[in-house]
Design a protein around this ligand. Structure first.
Ligand code: ZN
Length: 160
C-alpha cells in the first residue's frame, strides 16, 4: 500500500505510566489510525512477549523488576477490530549494557520516555486473523477488495 506522511508528534510520557498503554492512549487522543513511532528513555520494570509459532500463542518470556534503559522501542499503528492498535518491539539494557528484547507487553513502567510518532495518511491499515500464522496481520489490498466483493454479493443475496 502506498502511503504518505501525515502529522508528526513529539513528546514524553509521565513517570509511572505503562509504556504500551501510554503509546496507545497518545494515538487514540490524537486519532492517529495509521503510523510509525519510536521511543527512548528508561523504565523501572519491563515485560516482553515471544510468539510460540507452533503453539500459536504469546508467552511472557521476560519479566524484569528493575531499572532499565529503553535502548530502542519501535513499532506501528493500525486498526484491529475497529480500534487503534499499537504493535511495539523493544530492546532494554541493564547497568552492564546487557540487552533484553522482544514484543512489548503491558507491564513496562515508564521512568522517563520520549516519543516521536509519525502519522501515515491514506487507506486504513486493518489487522485480521491470518490462518497461516494464527496472528492478526495486515490485510493486503487484494484481500480487502475480495472480501468487500464477497460481502456485496452476500448483501444482494440477503436483499432477494
Ligand atoms: Zn510483535
Amino acid at each position: 500500500m502506498e502511503t504518505s506522511e501525515g502529522r508528526s508528534f513529539i513528546g514524553r510520557f509521565k513517570k509511572g505510566e505503562d509504556l504500551l498503554a501510554a503509546i496507545t492512549e497518545m494515538c487514540r487522543t490524537n486519532r492517529v489510525k495509521k503510523g510509525v513511532f519510536s521511543v527512548i528513555g528508561a523504565v523501572s520494570s519491563a515485560k516482553m512477549g515471544y510468539y510460540r509459532q507452533k503453539e500459536r500463542e504469546y508467552i511472557e518470556c521476560v519479566s524484569l523488576e528493575r531499572i532499565l534503559e529503553i535502548v530502542s522501542c519501535t513499532g506501528n499503528i493500525s486498526l484491529r477490530k475497529g480500534d487503534i492498535f499499537v504493535h511495539a518491539h523493544v530492546t532494554f539494557a541493564d547497568h552492564e549494557g546487557s540487552c533484553y528484547g522482544g514484543h512489548l507487553m503491558p507491564g513496562a513502567a515508564v521512568f522517563a520516555a520520549e516519543y516521536y510518532v509519525k502519522e501515515l495518511k491514506g487507506a486504513d491499515l486493518v489487522r485480521q486473523h491470518d490462518p497461516a500464522t494464527g496472528l492478526e496481520l495486515w490485510q493486503e489490498e487484494g484481500e480487502i477488495e475480495a472480501r468487500e466483493t464477497k460481502d456485496e454479493g452476500r448483501r444482494t443475496m440477503d436483499d432477494v
